[in-house]
Design a protein around this ligand. Structure first.
Ligand SMILES: Nc1nc2c(ncn2[C@@H]2O[C@H](COP(=O)(O)OP(=O)(O)OP(=O)(O)O)[C@@H](O)[C@H]2O)c(=O)[nH]1
Length: 356
């Protein structure tokens, strides 16, 4: 149930039995109730002057004057205090009385009245009430016992007010803890999302967006063991752009970058989902083709050459294609060494060439 749908008594689990036990702890008995009730007419007759005296004493304390702040608040407080003083002498210290005391504690906590100020106010009110009793109750025994009853009742009230202070502070702490936990959880989610993004980025070549050599090596291990298990073929295309240095030298680095991006796009367009293209370094590219024999790798290579030539008819590519499997499989480095040799063989010929 929402806190706002519960009384403070419910929130703080103060039952009638608990009230009874607290009254006993304060050593308050029915005879004390009667004594307090007996002086109600006397208190009632002087209530306005008691409230005035109380606020004169309170407003003399700067911290309290600042907290009260304005005349409307002061008048509202005077009204509440008027009722509180009459409640003190009502002789009825039941759940309604207790709930009102708890509310006072809550209000004090909310508006920032520190316990030391609350205690000083109680002490000041007690002195004023004692003074009234001293001046009007003739029977010395009754006077002493009434003052003792009032003293005990203030003690009873103070424990209630302090309990609301503590309960309210615990609620604030729990709320702060909840907020911190929520913040920590959201940070954890952000960090893990960012970690995934960074891991992805660390595997990509920033210029072309295809895998870098590191990612290719990681994936090669997985792909080669998969084809070995399935006794399948595995091909590799390795190539670079002929005289790429001249592109940079003659047309500038930006033009060179653009050519590298176009090649990557051509590769993307002509490989299968299961193939793994990669920028091996500089102007060298590598494509891993699981479950592909030389012939299908060669036709992929031809399609890349053709689409690149559509954009850059003056540039040529030198390619080496190597196949491994289906029974025995080479390592990635062994394949690259062979493909690299074939690529250099292609370079010795004019135009785009694919050596298988
Ligand atoms: N624009 C651009 N150029 C790059 C990049 N990475 C490497 N290069 C250049 O690519 C060129 C590669 O030159 P070489 O290794 O001599 O190769 P080549 O000029 O293609 O010569 P051959 O391989 O013999 O045909 C160098 O000039 C590098 O500076 C890049 O990210 N962007």
């Amino acid at each position: 149930m929402l806190r706002t749908h519960q009384t403070l008594l419910d929130q703080m689990k103060i039952s009638d039995a608990e009230i009874q036990s607290r009254l006993e702890l304060a050593a308050l008995s029915l005879s004390h109730f009667e004594l307090l009730k007996d002086v109600l007419p006397l208190i009632n007759s002087q209530i306005d002057s008691i409230v005035e005296r109380f606020y004169i004493s309170q407003l003399a304390i700067d911290e309290i004057a600042v907290l009260i702040g304005d005349v409307d608040t002061l008048n509202r407080l005077k009204g509440a205090q008027h009722q509180y003083i009459l409640d003190l002498f009502s002789g009825q210290y039941d759940s309604t009385y207790v709930n009102n005391r708890l509310r006072i504690g809550m209000v004090h906590k909310r508006i920032g009245v520190e316990p030391k100020l609350y205690l000083s106010a109680i002490s000041s009110l007690k002195l004023i009430l004692f003074d009234v009793l001293d001046n009007s109750v003739v029977d010395t025994d009754v006077l002493v016992e009434t003052k003792e009853a009032l003293d005990k009742l203030f003690y009873f009230d103070t424990t209630l007010v302090f309990d609301t202070y503590i309960s309210s502070m615990i609620s604030e702490l729990e709320l702060a803890k909840k907020k911190t936990e929520m913040y920590a959880n959201s940070l954890e989610v952000k960090v893990s999302e960012r970690t995934v993004q960074l891991e992805e980025l660390a595997k990509k070549d920033p210029l072309t967006g295809i895998n870098n050599q590191r990612a290719m090596r990681e994936l090669a291990g997985i792909l080669l063991s998969s084809v070995a298990r399935r006794k399948a073929s595995f091909s590799l295309i390795y190539f670079d752009i002929d005289n790429f240095k001249q592109v940079n030298d003659q047309h500038g680095h930006l033009k060179g970058d653009e050519v590298l991006k176009v090649i990557s796009e051509c590769i993307r367009q002509h490989v299968r989902e299961s193939d793994v293209p990669c920028r091996y370094g500089g102007d060298e590219f590598c494509i891993m083709l699981p479950d592909a024999e030389t012939q299908s790798a060669q036709s992929v290579a031809e399609r890349i050459v053709a689409s690149f030539a559509e954009v850059y008819p003056d540039f040529s590519l030198s390619m080496g294609v190597v196949e491994t499997g289906p029974e025995q499989h080479m390592s990635l480095d062994e394949m690259i060494t062979i493909a690299d040799k074939k690529m250099y063989q292609a370079k010795t010929l004019k135009g785009s060439r694919i050596i298988t």
